[in-house]
Design a protein around this ligand. Sequence first.
Ligand code: A3P
Length: 287
Amino acid sequence: MSSCEYIQYRGIDLPPVAHSMESLEYAQNFSVEDTDVFAVTYPKSGTIWMQEILPLVLNGGDLTPIHTIPNWDRVPWLEEKRLAVVVDQLTSPRALVTHFPYHLMPPSFHASKAKVVYVMRNPKDVMVSSYYFHQMAGFLDDPGTFDEFMAKFLEGKVLFGKWTDHVKSWRRTELGDRIMYITYEEMVQDLPAALRSLSDFLGSNLSEEVIQKIAEHCSFKTMKVNSMSNFSLVPKVLMDSDKSPFLRKGVVGDWKNHFSSEQLARFTSVIRQELENESFPLPWSLD
Ligand code: A3P
């Protein structure tokens, strides 16, 4: 099984291809503006989907950014090296993404009025998506068997730690109406409805015509062939879409094709226990 060197940063492992100690320090010193909007996700929960959507909701549906700028420069990751390179080219209101748990957000975020769209996905589908991602990404450890990968996922020995810690960290009453929670499943079920909620949250006041246009251009089918969004510009040694495309299936419930009944029982019992004292509603059953 091949393994990669990771950067250790405050309890999480990160691949050096995207992060460095400088980029992580840059993120901590980043000056967040009140008008900034962050899409926050645990990896494989729909990050690049929200990355496609946000600029369009903020700019009234102008498709230029999604047709001319690769996603990692269009809506950069707070914690990645590219942010420092492109920061001066971002137009206001800026859209950014991050996989940081709440406690790793920079001080200026807490002092600002920046908004957050937190995208959550059923952890069973997150794990399946991550399993295939580890197979195609040359900068990540080989995932081993599905069973071995499940053990690592449940222990949090994967990028950005445990799924349960991440979702719990972002349930913050102090964020008040600065944060909107949305699920991948809601977006799959009715993307125009999700876009209407986002438009309301961000004060974009989009017409129904623009909502439909954005929904069409952010569909799985359209994004899969958009070279600015499907990572086909990345060298094959880093992302090999012959092993598994980044935009892989884009469905809800693929876990049913992967989990044995024993794995399901194990997974459910761990997640249930870790969310035991939490009151936030889950939009899907853990079983
Ligand atoms: P699958 O591997 O289950 O297909 P992230 O961007 O956080 O890494 O998440 C990647 C997952 O989001 C992948 O899931 C990918 O296919 C899915 N995804 C990306 N864009 C999507 C879209 N427009 N519609 C549905 N799913 C999408």
